[in-house]
Design a protein around this ligand. Sequence first.
Ligand SMILES: C=CC1=C(C)c2cc3[nH]c(cc4nc(cc5[nH]c(cc1n2)c(C)c5CCC(=O)O)C(CCC(=O)O)=C4C)c(C)c3C=C
Ligand code: FE2
Ligand code: FE2
Length: 370
Amino acid sequence: MSYKGTDNFSHNKPERLGVLVTNLGTPDAPTTPALRRYLAEFLWDPRVVEVPRPIWWMILHGIILRIRPKKSAQGYASVWKPEGSPLLIHTAKQAEGIREALKQKYGSNVVVGFAMRYGNPSISKVLDEMQDQGVHKLLILPLYPQYSASTTASTFDAVAADFTRRRWLPDFRFVSHYHDYPPYIEAMARHIESHWSNHGRSDKLILSYHGVPLKYLKKGDPYHCECHKTSRLLAERLGLSQDNYLTTFQSRFGNEEWLQPYTDETLKALPGKGVKSVDVFCPGFSSDCLETIEEINEENRGYFLEAGGEGFGYIPCLNATPGHIDALVQLVEENLKGWVTPENNPEELEARARRAEERKQATYPGRDDV
Ligand SMILES: C=CC1=C(C)c2cc3[nH]c(cc4nc(cc5[nH]c(cc1n2)c(C)c5CCC(=O)O)C(CCC(=O)O)=C4C)c(C)c3C=C
Ligand SMILES: [Fe+2]
Ligand SMILES: [Fe+2]
Protein backbone atom coordinates (compact mmCIF):
# COMPACT_ATOMS: atom_id res chain seq x y z
CA MET A 1 0.00 0.00 0.00
CA SER A 2 1.33 3.41 -0.78
CA TYR A 3 -0.21 6.51 0.68
CA LYS A 4 -0.25 10.11 -0.43
CA GLY A 5 2.16 12.17 1.61
CA THR A 6 3.91 9.27 3.30
CA ASP A 7 7.29 10.91 2.73
CA ASN A 8 6.44 14.39 3.89
CA PHE A 9 4.31 13.35 6.86
CA SER A 10 5.87 14.85 9.94
CA HIS A 11 5.03 15.00 13.61
CA ASN A 12 7.37 17.96 14.03
CA LYS A 13 5.33 20.58 12.16
CA PRO A 14 3.28 23.14 14.12
CA GLU A 15 -0.13 21.60 14.68
CA ARG A 16 -2.48 23.74 12.66
CA LEU A 17 -6.27 23.74 12.59
CA GLY A 18 -7.94 23.44 9.20
CA VAL A 19 -11.34 24.71 8.11
CA LEU A 20 -12.51 23.29 4.81
CA VAL A 21 -15.51 25.12 3.37
CA THR A 22 -17.25 23.16 0.61
CA ASN A 23 -20.02 23.68 -1.88
CA LEU A 24 -21.57 21.65 -4.66
CA GLY A 25 -19.33 22.56 -7.57
CA THR A 26 -19.75 23.94 -11.00
CA PRO A 27 -18.39 23.25 -14.48
CA ASP A 28 -14.94 24.58 -15.46
CA ALA A 29 -16.43 26.45 -18.41
CA PRO A 30 -19.89 27.14 -19.86
CA THR A 31 -19.29 24.72 -22.72
CA THR A 32 -20.85 21.41 -23.73
CA PRO A 33 -17.69 19.29 -23.10
CA ALA A 34 -17.11 20.91 -19.67
CA LEU A 35 -20.77 20.34 -18.78
CA ARG A 36 -20.54 16.71 -19.88
CA ARG A 37 -17.57 16.14 -17.54
CA TYR A 38 -19.24 17.94 -14.64
CA LEU A 39 -22.64 16.28 -15.03
CA ALA A 40 -21.06 12.83 -15.54
CA GLU A 41 -19.38 13.13 -12.13
CA PHE A 42 -22.31 14.80 -10.35
CA LEU A 43 -25.12 12.63 -11.69
CA TRP A 44 -23.21 9.38 -11.19
CA ASP A 45 -23.13 9.99 -7.42
CA PRO A 46 -25.47 7.38 -5.88
CA ARG A 47 -26.38 9.91 -3.16
CA VAL A 48 -27.78 12.23 -5.83
CA VAL A 49 -29.61 9.72 -8.01
CA GLU A 50 -30.85 6.72 -6.06
CA VAL A 51 -31.50 4.42 -9.00
CA PRO A 52 -29.88 0.95 -9.37
CA ARG A 53 -26.49 1.43 -11.03
CA PRO A 54 -26.79 -0.64 -14.23
CA ILE A 55 -30.13 0.95 -15.15
CA TRP A 56 -28.92 4.44 -14.28
CA TRP A 57 -25.67 3.97 -16.23
CA MET A 58 -27.67 3.26 -19.37
CA ILE A 59 -30.02 6.22 -18.86
CA LEU A 60 -27.21 8.61 -17.90
CA HIS A 61 -24.81 7.69 -20.72
CA GLY A 62 -27.42 6.68 -23.28
CA ILE A 63 -29.74 9.68 -22.94
CA ILE A 64 -28.95 12.40 -20.39
CA LEU A 65 -25.29 13.06 -21.16
CA ARG A 66 -26.14 13.27 -24.86
CA ILE A 67 -28.81 15.97 -24.37
CA ARG A 68 -28.41 17.83 -21.10
CA PRO A 69 -24.82 19.21 -21.42
CA LYS A 70 -25.68 21.37 -24.43
CA LYS A 71 -28.84 22.78 -22.82
CA SER A 72 -27.12 23.39 -19.45
CA ALA A 73 -24.11 25.02 -21.15
CA GLN A 74 -26.46 27.64 -22.62
CA GLY A 75 -27.83 28.36 -19.16
CA TYR A 76 -24.35 28.64 -17.66
CA ALA A 77 -23.20 30.89 -20.52
CA SER A 78 -25.96 33.34 -19.60
CA VAL A 79 -24.77 33.68 -15.97
CA TRP A 80 -21.00 33.29 -16.47
CA LYS A 81 -18.78 36.19 -15.30
CA PRO A 82 -15.36 37.16 -16.66
CA GLU A 83 -13.84 35.63 -13.47
CA GLY A 84 -15.84 32.39 -13.87
CA SER A 85 -18.91 30.69 -12.47
CA PRO A 86 -20.88 32.74 -9.91
CA LEU A 87 -20.94 29.80 -7.47
CA LEU A 88 -17.15 29.53 -7.57
CA ILE A 89 -16.64 33.29 -7.23
CA HIS A 90 -18.95 33.59 -4.22
CA THR A 91 -17.58 30.51 -2.48
CA ALA A 92 -14.00 31.79 -2.89
CA LYS A 93 -15.04 35.14 -1.38
CA GLN A 94 -16.82 33.44 1.51
CA ALA A 95 -13.72 31.39 2.33
CA GLU A 96 -11.62 34.54 2.07
CA GLY A 97 -13.96 36.37 4.48
CA ILE A 98 -13.82 33.53 7.00
CA ARG A 99 -10.03 33.30 6.61
CA GLU A 100 -9.57 37.03 7.27
CA ALA A 101 -11.81 37.01 10.35
CA LEU A 102 -10.11 33.96 11.85
CA LYS A 103 -6.65 35.33 11.04
CA GLN A 104 -7.40 38.45 13.10
CA LYS A 105 -8.12 36.22 16.08
CA TYR A 106 -5.88 33.20 15.74
CA GLY A 107 -3.11 34.25 13.37
CA SER A 108 -1.72 31.63 11.02
CA ASN A 109 -2.77 28.83 13.33
CA VAL A 110 -6.01 28.30 11.42
CA VAL A 111 -5.82 27.39 7.73
CA VAL A 112 -9.01 28.06 5.73
CA GLY A 113 -9.56 26.49 2.32
CA PHE A 114 -12.50 25.84 0.04
CA ALA A 115 -13.29 22.94 -2.25
CA MET A 116 -16.06 21.68 -4.46
CA ARG A 117 -17.78 18.30 -4.15
CA TYR A 118 -17.76 17.96 -7.95
CA GLY A 119 -15.24 19.61 -10.25
CA ASN A 120 -12.64 22.11 -9.11
CA PRO A 121 -10.97 22.94 -6.80
CA SER A 122 -11.36 19.32 -5.77
CA ILE A 123 -11.57 18.12 -2.18
CA SER A 124 -8.47 15.96 -2.78
CA LYS A 125 -6.34 18.86 -3.97
CA VAL A 126 -7.29 21.10 -1.07
CA LEU A 127 -6.75 18.32 1.47
CA ASP A 128 -3.28 17.77 -0.05
CA GLU A 129 -2.52 21.43 0.64
CA MET A 130 -3.85 21.21 4.19
CA GLN A 131 -1.81 18.09 4.86
CA ASP A 132 1.30 19.91 3.61
CA GLN A 133 0.54 22.83 5.92
CA GLY A 134 0.47 20.60 8.97
CA VAL A 135 -3.27 20.53 9.64
CA HIS A 136 -3.88 18.04 12.46
CA LYS A 137 -7.42 19.03 13.34
CA LEU A 138 -9.91 19.49 10.54
CA LEU A 139 -13.37 21.07 10.52
CA ILE A 140 -15.48 20.53 7.39
CA LEU A 141 -18.23 23.04 6.72
CA PRO A 142 -20.44 22.18 3.72
CA LEU A 143 -22.34 25.35 2.84
CA TYR A 144 -25.68 23.56 2.90
CA PRO A 145 -27.76 24.97 5.76
CA GLN A 146 -30.35 22.17 5.44
CA TYR A 147 -29.14 18.58 5.65
CA SER A 148 -29.81 16.30 2.72
CA ALA A 149 -28.18 12.97 1.95
CA SER A 150 -27.84 14.12 -1.66
CA THR A 151 -25.61 17.07 -0.70
CA THR A 152 -24.31 16.90 2.88
CA ALA A 153 -23.83 13.14 3.17
CA SER A 154 -22.34 13.06 -0.30
CA THR A 155 -19.69 15.56 0.83
CA PHE A 156 -18.95 13.38 3.83
CA ASP A 157 -18.57 10.35 1.52
CA ALA A 158 -16.10 12.24 -0.68
CA VAL A 159 -13.96 13.35 2.26
CA ALA A 160 -13.97 9.87 3.79
CA ALA A 161 -13.09 8.28 0.42
CA ASP A 162 -10.22 10.71 0.01
CA PHE A 163 -8.68 9.71 3.34
CA THR A 164 -8.43 6.09 2.26
CA ARG A 165 -5.38 7.18 0.19
CA ARG A 166 -3.61 9.01 3.02
CA ARG A 167 -1.50 7.87 5.94
CA TRP A 168 -2.38 11.19 7.62
CA LEU A 169 -5.66 11.25 9.49
CA PRO A 170 -6.51 14.40 11.44
CA ASP A 171 -8.98 14.81 14.27
CA PHE A 172 -12.14 15.52 12.42
CA ARG A 173 -15.38 17.50 12.84
CA PHE A 174 -18.18 17.88 10.31
CA VAL A 175 -21.03 20.42 10.31
CA SER A 176 -24.01 18.43 9.08
CA HIS A 177 -26.50 21.34 9.08
CA TYR A 178 -27.21 24.80 10.45
CA HIS A 179 -30.79 25.33 9.27
CA ASP A 180 -31.93 26.73 12.64
CA TYR A 181 -28.70 28.37 13.78
CA PRO A 182 -29.74 31.79 15.18
CA PRO A 183 -26.92 33.82 13.54
CA TYR A 184 -27.85 32.32 10.13
CA ILE A 185 -31.53 33.18 10.64
CA GLU A 186 -30.57 36.67 11.83
CA ALA A 187 -28.26 37.24 8.84
CA MET A 188 -31.08 36.31 6.42
CA ALA A 189 -33.62 38.46 8.27
CA ARG A 190 -31.40 41.56 8.17
CA HIS A 191 -30.54 40.93 4.53
CA ILE A 192 -34.24 40.73 3.59
CA GLU A 193 -35.13 43.77 5.71
CA SER A 194 -32.39 45.75 4.01
CA HIS A 195 -33.74 44.70 0.60
CA TRP A 196 -37.21 45.80 1.65
CA SER A 197 -36.00 49.17 2.85
CA ASN A 198 -34.13 49.78 -0.44
CA HIS A 199 -36.63 48.32 -2.92
CA GLY A 200 -39.98 48.22 -1.14
CA ARG A 201 -41.97 45.20 -0.09
CA SER A 202 -44.23 42.89 -2.12
CA ASP A 203 -47.51 41.12 -1.25
CA LYS A 204 -45.81 37.82 -0.46
CA LEU A 205 -42.36 36.45 0.33
CA ILE A 206 -41.57 33.23 -1.52
CA LEU A 207 -38.87 31.14 0.14
CA SER A 208 -37.66 28.81 -2.58
CA TYR A 209 -35.38 25.82 -1.83
CA HIS A 210 -33.74 23.36 -4.21
CA GLY A 211 -35.97 20.29 -4.41
CA VAL A 212 -35.20 16.59 -4.06
CA PRO A 213 -37.24 13.58 -5.20
CA LEU A 214 -40.28 13.02 -2.93
CA LYS A 215 -39.12 9.44 -2.34
CA TYR A 216 -36.08 10.77 -0.39
CA LEU A 217 -38.47 12.36 2.12
CA LYS A 218 -40.41 9.09 2.33
CA LYS A 219 -37.16 7.22 3.00
CA GLY A 220 -36.49 9.54 5.96
CA ASP A 221 -34.37 12.39 4.65
CA PRO A 222 -34.93 15.36 7.02
CA TYR A 223 -34.33 17.94 4.27
CA HIS A 224 -38.00 18.86 3.77
CA CYS A 225 -38.55 19.40 7.53
CA GLU A 226 -35.38 21.44 7.86
CA CYS A 227 -36.43 23.73 5.00
CA HIS A 228 -39.78 24.32 6.68
CA LYS A 229 -38.13 25.00 10.01
CA THR A 230 -35.78 27.55 8.43
CA SER A 231 -38.78 29.26 6.82
CA ARG A 232 -40.76 29.31 10.07
CA LEU A 233 -37.89 30.76 12.10
CA LEU A 234 -37.18 33.36 9.44
CA ALA A 235 -40.85 34.31 9.17
CA GLU A 236 -41.13 34.59 12.97
CA ARG A 237 -38.07 36.81 13.08
CA LEU A 238 -39.50 39.00 10.28
CA GLY A 239 -42.89 39.16 11.99
CA LEU A 240 -44.68 37.51 9.04
CA SER A 241 -47.99 35.71 9.40
CA GLN A 242 -48.64 32.45 7.54
CA ASP A 243 -50.41 34.40 4.79
CA ASN A 244 -47.35 36.53 4.14
CA TYR A 245 -44.95 33.82 3.01
CA LEU A 246 -44.71 30.47 1.23
CA THR A 247 -42.13 27.69 1.15
CA THR A 248 -41.62 26.21 -2.33
CA PHE A 249 -39.19 23.85 -4.10
CA GLN A 250 -37.40 24.46 -7.38
CA SER A 251 -34.93 22.83 -9.84
CA ARG A 252 -36.90 19.63 -10.54
CA PHE A 253 -34.92 17.07 -12.59
CA GLY A 254 -36.44 14.10 -14.45
CA ASN A 255 -40.02 12.85 -14.50
CA GLU A 256 -40.64 11.57 -10.99
CA GLU A 257 -42.41 13.59 -8.30
CA TRP A 258 -40.24 15.99 -6.28
CA LEU A 259 -40.98 17.96 -3.13
CA GLN A 260 -44.00 20.21 -3.55
CA PRO A 261 -45.23 22.90 -3.99
CA TYR A 262 -43.09 23.57 -7.02
CA THR A 263 -41.75 27.12 -7.26
CA ASP A 264 -42.58 27.53 -10.97
CA GLU A 265 -46.17 26.26 -10.68
CA THR A 266 -46.75 28.40 -7.58
CA LEU A 267 -45.55 31.54 -9.34
CA LYS A 268 -47.71 30.80 -12.38
CA ALA A 269 -50.79 30.39 -10.15
CA LEU A 270 -50.36 33.27 -7.68
CA PRO A 271 -51.51 36.18 -9.92
CA GLY A 272 -54.79 34.33 -10.53
CA LYS A 273 -55.28 34.20 -6.75
CA GLY A 274 -54.85 37.94 -6.40
CA VAL A 275 -51.17 38.02 -5.44
CA LYS A 276 -49.79 40.66 -7.78
CA SER A 277 -46.30 41.11 -6.36
CA VAL A 278 -43.78 38.75 -4.81
CA ASP A 279 -40.27 38.83 -3.38
CA VAL A 280 -38.32 35.62 -3.87
CA PHE A 281 -35.45 34.57 -1.64
CA CYS A 282 -33.58 31.24 -1.63
CA PRO A 283 -32.49 30.41 1.96
CA GLY A 284 -30.92 27.04 1.04
CA PHE A 285 -28.48 28.49 -1.48
CA SER A 286 -25.56 30.09 0.32
CA SER A 287 -24.45 31.57 -3.02
CA ASP A 288 -26.12 32.79 -6.12
CA CYS A 289 -25.63 30.28 -8.91
CA LEU A 290 -27.28 28.99 -12.04
CA GLU A 291 -30.33 27.86 -10.06
CA THR A 292 -31.02 31.29 -8.59
CA ILE A 293 -29.78 33.72 -11.24
CA GLU A 294 -31.15 31.98 -14.28
CA GLU A 295 -33.92 29.74 -12.95
CA ILE A 296 -35.43 32.13 -10.40
CA ASN A 297 -34.54 35.62 -11.50
CA GLU A 298 -34.98 35.00 -15.24
CA GLU A 299 -37.17 31.97 -15.93
CA ASN A 300 -39.52 32.18 -12.93
CA ARG A 301 -39.71 35.97 -13.09
CA GLY A 302 -41.02 35.47 -16.65
CA TYR A 303 -43.63 32.90 -15.53
CA PHE A 304 -44.97 35.23 -12.84
CA LEU A 305 -45.18 38.31 -15.05
CA GLU A 306 -46.69 36.36 -17.97
CA ALA A 307 -49.39 35.04 -15.62
CA GLY A 308 -50.42 38.59 -14.71
CA GLY A 309 -47.99 39.36 -11.87
CA GLU A 310 -46.96 43.01 -11.67
CA GLY A 311 -43.93 43.08 -9.39
CA PHE A 312 -41.20 40.48 -8.97
CA GLY A 313 -38.41 41.28 -6.50
CA TYR A 314 -35.46 38.95 -6.47
CA ILE A 315 -33.53 39.05 -3.19
CA PRO A 316 -29.96 37.82 -3.85
CA CYS A 317 -28.48 35.02 -1.77
CA LEU A 318 -26.40 35.89 1.28
CA ASN A 319 -23.21 35.37 -0.78
CA ALA A 320 -20.18 37.02 0.87
CA THR A 321 -22.13 39.80 2.59
CA PRO A 322 -20.62 40.85 5.94
CA GLY A 323 -23.70 39.52 7.81
CA HIS A 324 -23.27 36.08 6.23
CA ILE A 325 -19.53 35.96 6.87
CA ASP A 326 -20.21 36.94 10.47
CA ALA A 327 -22.72 34.12 10.92
CA LEU A 328 -20.39 31.57 9.29
CA VAL A 329 -17.47 32.70 11.45
CA GLN A 330 -19.61 32.23 14.56
CA LEU A 331 -20.57 28.77 13.33
CA VAL A 332 -16.94 27.87 12.69
CA GLU A 333 -15.77 29.20 16.05
CA GLU A 334 -18.46 27.27 17.88
CA ASN A 335 -17.30 24.11 16.14
CA LEU A 336 -13.64 24.81 16.85
CA LYS A 337 -14.30 25.01 20.61
CA GLY A 338 -11.71 23.13 22.60
CA TRP A 339 -9.43 22.96 19.57
CA VAL A 340 -8.19 26.55 19.60
CA THR A 341 -6.12 26.77 22.75
CA PRO A 342 -3.09 28.93 23.56
CA GLU A 343 -1.06 25.73 23.59
CA ASN A 344 -1.66 24.93 19.94
CA ASN A 345 -1.52 28.53 18.76
CA PRO A 346 2.09 29.48 17.93
CA GLU A 347 1.18 33.17 17.80
CA GLU A 348 -0.41 33.07 21.24
CA LEU A 349 2.72 31.37 22.57
CA GLU A 350 4.84 34.10 20.99
CA ALA A 351 2.58 36.79 22.44
CA ARG A 352 2.88 35.18 25.87
CA ALA A 353 6.69 35.19 25.61
CA ARG A 354 6.58 38.83 24.50
CA ARG A 355 4.37 39.80 27.45
CA ALA A 356 6.68 37.95 29.86
CA GLU A 357 9.66 39.81 28.41
CA GLU A 358 7.81 43.15 28.74
CA ARG A 359 6.97 42.37 32.38
CA LYS A 360 10.58 41.52 33.05
CA GLN A 361 11.80 44.73 31.43
CA ALA A 362 9.25 46.75 33.40
CA THR A 363 10.35 45.19 36.67
CA TYR A 364 14.12 45.10 36.09
CA PRO A 365 14.80 47.75 33.41
CA GLY A 366 18.02 47.13 31.50
CA ARG A 367 18.71 43.78 33.16
CA ASP A 368 18.95 40.70 30.97
CA ASP A 369 20.22 38.35 33.65
CA VAL A 370 16.86 37.96 35.43
C1 LIG B 1 -30.57 14.92 -10.28
C2 LIG B 1 -30.86 15.23 -9.10
C3 LIG B 1 -30.45 16.39 -8.29
C4 LIG B 1 -30.61 16.46 -6.94
C5 LIG B 1 -31.18 15.42 -6.02
C6 LIG B 1 -30.10 17.73 -6.53
C7 LIG B 1 -30.07 18.19 -5.20
C8 LIG B 1 -29.56 19.41 -4.80
N1 LIG B 1 -28.81 20.31 -5.53
C9 LIG B 1 -28.50 21.41 -4.75
C10 LIG B 1 -27.78 22.55 -5.12
C11 LIG B 1 -27.43 22.87 -6.44
N2 LIG B 1 -27.73 22.16 -7.57
C12 LIG B 1 -27.22 22.81 -8.66
C13 LIG B 1 -27.28 22.41 -9.98
C14 LIG B 1 -27.82 21.18 -10.41
N3 LIG B 1 -28.53 20.27 -9.68
C15 LIG B 1 -28.85 19.18 -10.47
C16 LIG B 1 -29.54 18.01 -10.06
C17 LIG B 1 -29.85 17.65 -8.74
N4 LIG B 1 -29.65 18.39 -7.64
C18 LIG B 1 -28.31 19.43 -11.78
C19 LIG B 1 -28.40 18.50 -12.93
C20 LIG B 1 -27.65 20.66 -11.73
C21 LIG B 1 -26.80 21.29 -12.84
C22 LIG B 1 -27.43 22.30 -13.61
C23 LIG B 1 -28.37 21.75 -14.61
O1 LIG B 1 -27.96 21.02 -15.51
O2 LIG B 1 -29.55 22.07 -14.44
C24 LIG B 1 -26.53 24.00 -8.21
C25 LIG B 1 -25.89 25.07 -9.08
C26 LIG B 1 -24.48 24.79 -9.50
C27 LIG B 1 -23.89 25.90 -10.30
O3 LIG B 1 -22.85 25.63 -10.90
O4 LIG B 1 -24.37 27.02 -10.39
C28 LIG B 1 -26.66 24.03 -6.82
C29 LIG B 1 -26.08 25.05 -5.87
C30 LIG B 1 -29.06 21.17 -3.46
C31 LIG B 1 -28.96 22.13 -2.29
C32 LIG B 1 -29.71 19.94 -3.48
C33 LIG B 1 -30.44 19.20 -2.44
C34 LIG B 1 -30.90 19.66 -1.36
FE1 FE2 C 1 -29.02 20.46 -7.68
FE1 FE2 D 1 -32.14 24.38 -12.71
